[in-house]
Write a protein that binds this ligand. Structure first.
Ligand code: 3PY
Ligand code: MG
Length: 205
C-alpha cells in the first residue's frame, strides 16, 4: 500500500507507531516501500524519547511526527532528539541505513539528516494554551492538530465537527500562519479536507 500510495500521487505516507502495529523491523520495509513509490515516509512515533525518535530517522524516515506536544520544552526536546549538532544532540551513528550504511560522506549525512521534517502534534488544551511559545521553537516544520484527542480534551470525545473543536482548530491554524509554520490535520472526509485546505491547512492526512 505504501508503495502504491506513492504511485497514486500522494505526497507522504504516515507510518504509525503511535496507534498502529508497526515495529522497528517492519518499519524498515515500509520505508523502503515508500522509497520505491517515491513518497515521503513520515513516522508517527509513540512518544518523546531518544529511541522512538532516533531509530526511525536512522532507518531513513523523511520525518517524524510526535504526539501530545504540550509546551515549548516538549517541542525543544523533540528538535534536540531529531537533529544533530548544532540544532540538537541526536545520537550519532553513520553506519545506519539513512547514511547508506556508511557509504555516504559522513559530513553530507549529518547535514542532510538535519533537514528531516519535524512535525509536532498539538492535541490537548495544554498545548493549545501554550501554542505561542511552542511556535517560537526553532526547527519545527509542521504543527499537526489531532482533532480526536483535541475533542476529548474539550469534553466532546469524537465530535470533531463540534464548534468547540473546530473554533479551537481555526485559532491554531491562524497562530501557525502568523509564525509561518505549516499546519496539518487529520480529516474523515473529502469535504472536511477541502474545507481545511481553504483555511490554509496544507499537511492533510
Ligand atoms: C487525533 O485526532 O488525535 C490524531 O492523532 C489523528 O491521527
Ligand atoms: Mg491523537
Amino acid at each position: 500500500f505504501a508503495e502504491a500510495a506513492g504511485y497514486a500521487g500522494f505526497d507522504y505516507c504516515i507510518l504509525d507507531m503511535e496507534h498502529g502495529p508497526v515495529g522497528t523491523e517492519r518499519l524498515k520495509e515500509l520505508i523502503q516501500a515508500c522509497e520505491c513509490g517515491g513518497i515521503l515516509p513520515i513516522v508517527r512515533v509513540p512518544d518523546i524519547s531518544e529511541e522512538s525518535i532516533g531509530k526511525p530517522l536512522d532507518l531513513g524516515a523523511g520525518g517524524v511526527q510526535v504526539p501530545q506536544v504540550s509546551c515549548a520544552r516538549d517541542a525543544q526536546r523533540v528538535v534536540e532528539l531529531a537533529k544533530f549538532h548544532p540544532e540538537g544532540t541526536r545520537g550519532v551513528c553513520r553506519y545506519v541505513r539513512a547514511a547508506r550504511y556508511s557509504l555516504m560522506d559522513k559530513f553530507d549525512y549529518f547535514q542532510e539528516a538535519n533537514e528531516s521534517v519535524v512535525i509536532l502534534q498539538v492535541e490537548g488544551m495544554e498545548g493549545v494554551k501554550n501554542i505561542d511559545e511552542i511556535l517560537t521553537v526553532k526547527g519545527i516544520d509542521v504543527i499537526f492538530i489531532g482533532p480526536y484527542d483535541l475533542s476529548q480534551s474539550l469534553g466532546v470525545t469524537g465530535d470533531v465537527e463540534n464548534p468547540l473543536v473546530t473554533d479551537t482548530m481555526v485559532k491554531l491554524v491562524q497562530k501557525a500562519k502568523e509564525h509561518g509554520v505549516t499546519v496539518g490535520t487529520f480529516v474523515d472526509s473529502v469535504e472536511a479536507g477541502c474545507r481545511w485546505r481553504k483555511l490554509g491547512v496544507r499537511y492533510l492526512s
